[in-house]
Design a protein around this ligand. Structure first.
Ligand code: FE2
Length: 308
């Protein structure tokens, strides 16, 4: 779309540069506004209740990397603007005195990077592509060579966290514009909610798969929710900052003709990485980010940054 001389460069997101054959790509259609859907992905504290609300610390091995999300379900936050969009670090003091960090990003115009994996090897991104105002196509891209999300690691009893079914089942495709990548669990069947599992506190939400739990929460707010009713709290800092940043970018494009971040300088995206790491208790999180980035395993060795 638009004039040829303003065609943006290809995004230099690491996950978009995964060599052919090493990328895993999935699609899911979500029936709500793209930003509403995306915001669920940059709200990290919901993990400890929506997804793991029925799990207790003693269900995890002491060194299980997800254990802290249920020992302390209300992390503290740092949030910042970045060259590529916005970034947060959700932090918790561990019993051994170290600080655990969950770092995640919003990358212009519609990408998120989630924190549920080791920062050093985590390569993944999600695109929240608007189909129209009230439908979004989510594209989940990950690197097959990355060890994968901690959420796949079993509990002490050798089983997965209840409510962490590994796959999404889809309805058959139709030739309608909205006829593809529609999960079987959906609004019309209450996302196949299992009230018994919920009643017995086996699955907090009663919904058997993490992505569908998010889907249920963001879709059931309505196609476009009325934000006037919101009472934003500490854990909404990332969402508030991201909304401001997106609005500011839209206004400067409209009023000053200025391109949003990453259009004329796509190389800034190469530095966007999410995941978990530990620091000493009072270490600066941005400095720790830079240090970890230097040691990160990359999908290609010849990085866009090394070109100068
Ligand atoms: Fe979630």
């Amino acid at each position: 779309m638009g004039p040829q001389d303003q065609v943006p460069s290809f995004p230099m997101l690491e996950a978009a540069l995964i060599p052919e054959g090493e990328a895993s790509i999935r699609f899911v259609q979500r029936n709500c506004n793209w930003l509403q859907a995306l915001e669920g992905d940059i709200d990290t504290s919901h993990f400890g209740f929506l997804h793991a609300g029925s799990a207790e610390p003693e269900d995890f091995q002491d060194d299980h990397p997800m254990r802290h999300t249920v020992t302390n379900r209300a992390p503290e936050y740092h949030v910042t603007d970045t060259d590529w969009g916005t970034s947060y670090g959700a932090y918790r003091l561990e019993e051994n005195g170290s600080m655990s960090w969950r770092i995640a990003n919003f990358v212009f115009p519609f990408w998120t990077q989630a924190p549920n994996s080791d920062f050093l090897t985590n390569v993944g991104v999600r695109a929240w592509v608007p189909m129209d105002d009230e439908h979004t196509m989510v594209v989940l891209i990950s690197w097959k060579k990355s060890p994968g999300a901690y959420t796949g690691m079993p509990l002490k009893n050798g089983k997965a966290i209840p409510g962490f079914a590994p796959t999404i089942e889809y309805l058959p495709n139709t030739n309608d514009w909205y006829g593809r990548w529609r999960p079987v669990a959906r609004w019309e069947n209450d996302y196949e909610i299992d009230r018994d599992a919920q009643r017995q506190n086996i699955i907090y939400s009663g919904i058997k798969m993490v992505f569908m739990q998010d889907q249920a929460v963001t879709e059931s707010m309505g196609g476009i929710t009325d934000h006037a009713f919101e009472h934003l709290v500490n854990s909404d800092q990332m969402i508030a900052k991201t909304r401001r940043r997106v609005l500011k970018a839209a206004l400067s494009l409209r009023d000053e003709g200025k391109s949003p971040p990453g259009i004329s300088n796509p190389e800034v995206m190469w530095r966007a990485r999410s995941g978990t790491f530990h620091t000493a208790a009072h270490e600066d999180w941005q400095a720790a980010y830079e240090n970890n980035l230097k040691n990160a395993v990359r999908v290609i060795s010849n990085t866009p940054l090394s070109k100068g």
